[in-house]
Design a binder for this molecule. Structure first.
Ligand SMILES: *Cc1c(COP(=O)(O)O)cnc(C)c1O
Length: 234
């Protein structure tokens, strides 16, 4: 495999430490425990060696976008016994079985069809999922529009374990411009939790540019790639 990161491995450890430090400070500002935020390293396109370097530096949660790439990487990294794998990219129903076998949490549930496929592959215990919400309503993005989430939760809650919501907000000019989207996702979660009688405790939101703002707005999972691994190069 070609090396798709330009960062030496000790640089990955240093950058991971810096991100952890910033997460701790954001938690302080929000009067939250640092342990209330799970750092998922978005490792798409990164070579197994980069993931292994982050693991050696203490990272345990990794987010992959493409099922095939993730399976190859997991096979190369089978010795990382404590690694947890998150599917953060769009999932097609025909890949649901492989996804259910290879991931601990699917962040991108967006249809009843997909929930049915996951339930067939992973009936008991039900597969843990988050619902991907398309806050900006962009046709080019996957996810469910905010006003359709309640109905989707009702139709899938007997099939999968809905733990919360995930979003990739519209591009913002700077981190504080992203804040209203994060606030919106939290408020949507609060309304849905009351309406559906579910905890929906997980909020997966915030990436390299804006994870600190997301934490201030209640993120329980942040998905960080470039801030740890450097720019993605093919
Ligand atoms: C790539 C990716 C991230 C991480 O993005 P960075 O800007 O590299 O931090 C987070 N979430 C999803 C869904 C991604 O595809």
């Amino acid at each position: 495999m070609t090396t798709a990161t330009d960062l030496p491995m000790d640089e990955i450890a240093a950058r991971l430490g810096a991100v952890r430090e910033r997460i701790a400070r954001a938690c302080d500002r929000a009067h939250r425990a640092t342990s209330s935020v799970c750092l998922v390293l978005a490792s798409k396109i990164q070579p197994p060696a980069a993931v292994a370097a982050a693991y050696a530096a203490g990272a345990r949660d990794f987010g992959e976008n493409y099922v095939q790439e993730a399976i190859a990487k997991r096979a190369a990294l089978a010795h990382l016994r404590e690694a947890r794998w998150h599917l953060i990219g769009h999932l097609q129903s025909n890949k649901a079985r492989v996804a259910a076998e290879n991931f601990n949490l699917v962040h991108t549930l967006d249809s009843l069809r997909l929930a049915n496929a996951l339930a067939r592959a992973h009936p008991a215990p039900p597969m843990p999922v988050l619902i991907e919400v398309r806050l900006g309503g962009e046709a080019s993005k996957s996810g469910v529009d905010p006003d359709a989430v309640a109905a989707l939760i009702e139709s899938v809650r007997a099939l999968v374990e809905v733990r919360g919501l995930m979003t990739i907000p519209p591009a913002a000019a700077n981190p504080s411009a992203a804040r209203p989207w994060f606030t919106q996702l939290r408020e949507l979660r609060d309304r849905l939790a009351a309406r559906c009688g579910l905890a929906l405790s997980e909020l997966s939101m915030g990436m390299s540019e804006d994870y600190e703002v997301a934490i201030e707005e209640g993120a329980t999972i942040v998905r960080v790639g470039r801030a740890v691994f450097g720019e993605r190069v093919r």
